[in-house]
Design a protein around this ligand. Structure first.
Ligand code: DGY
Length: 323
């Protein structure tokens, strides 16, 4: 039996590329850069492929999916998020979509916590000062941030990543609050207080950590109205999707100090970053590092291949079918 053809749209960790090459006839992008500009090119590259392994930055919109050859049975995304894929268009073509949940939760929570510490303790400002040769020595009032101990952390989206963030926050003596579309069972709450309204939630917390998916339902969730419902001097962290924040509203609030500081790992339209953030000292900016650990990227790659193997090598249901 000839091996099924698998299209890899990005360079993957070496162990994952090796595993893919063992079981598939691989057509791969040898670079880290997105490979194609529109559906026409991806369709040409996918000729004869049964599966396509894509990444979060590869926009599989309706036009791209419509242009795929009939041979494609499954799109396996190397991400938990699926907002870059038009799921309805894939379903209409009978193409399965799979993702990589769970395996990246701890690493993504680590980056959320990194940003929280950077924002609260002004670590980015301090680092820039030292690198610029502008540090003139220790001073009692220099770069004072706020301590996390005793602060109220509000977790928006208390799923797998949000709950890992909660466990870390408890270690810092923080009080947990959460807002979700439904209340969780008490054993999953980890002592966090559930809020059934956005306004009640936002008014109760000192720090907002956002872990909600992208897409139309969550677009610009954090807007001027909701910022107005937050406490004076609150902190905002976002490691979910950039589309969930109204950048102009957040930039305005960071400028006045209504929001003390922010930490962002994701951006609307990334890799473009709203230029309004770039000159602000009170925002920490990271290039979508959430899942970027050696261990996590291997786990994501293995799950992405497990999904493909189930469908293409064994004719079974994939372990992480979307929807
Ligand atoms: C995801 O998995 O959706 C991340 O945003 C990319 O690691």
């Amino acid at each position: 039996m000839p091996k099924p053809v698998l299209l890899l749209t990005r360079l993957l960790p070496p162990a994952i590329e090796a595993r893919a090459a063992r079981d598939y006839s691989v057509v791969n992008n040898p670079t880290d850069a997105p490979w194609y500009k529109d559906g026409t090119e991806i369709a040409r590259r996918a000729e004869g492929a049964s599966g396509i392994l894509i990444a979060a930055g590869d926009p599989f919109n309706a036009a791209t999916i419509a242009a795929l050859p009939a041979s494609v049975k499954v799109i396996s995304t190397f991400s938990v998020g699926t907002d870059h894929i038009d799921l309805k268009a894939a379903a209409a073509r009978g193409i399965m979509v799979t993702n990589t949940p769970d395996v990246l939760s701890f690493a993504t929570a680590e980056i959320a916590f990194t940003l929280l510490l950077m924002a609260a303790r002004r670590a980015g400002e301090g680092e820039r000062m030292v690198r610029a040769g502008q540090w003139e020595g220790w001073a009692p009032t220099q770069l004072m941030g706020v301590t996390l101990q005793g602060k109220r952390l509000g977790i928006l989206g208390y799923g797998r990543i949000g709950r890992e963030m909660g466990v870390m926050a408890k270690g810092f003596g923080m009080e947990l609050h959460y807002r979700n579309n439904r209340r969780l069972a008490p054993e999953l709450e980890n002592g966090a207080q559930y809020h059934d309204s956005d306004e009640g939630f936002l008014g109760a917390i000192d720090i907002l950590s956002m872990h909600i998916p992208g897409g139309a339902a969550t677009a610009k969730w954090l807007n001027a109205t909701r910022i107005g419902q937050m406490r004076q001097g609150a902190i905002v962290i976002n490691t979910g999707r950039g589309s969930t924040v109204d950048d102009e509203a957040l930039i305005a609030a960071l400028k006045t100090g209504r929001i003390r500081a922010a930490g962002l790992d994701v951006f609307d339209g990334e890799p473009r970053v709203n230029p309004g953030y770039l000159g602000l000292e009170n925002v920490a900016l990271l290039p979508h590092l959430g899942s970027a650990t050696i261990e996590t990227r291997d786990r994501m790659g293995n799950l992405a291949l497990d999904n493909l193997d189930a469908v293409l090598l064994r004719g079974e249901n994939p372990p992480a079918l979307v929807g």
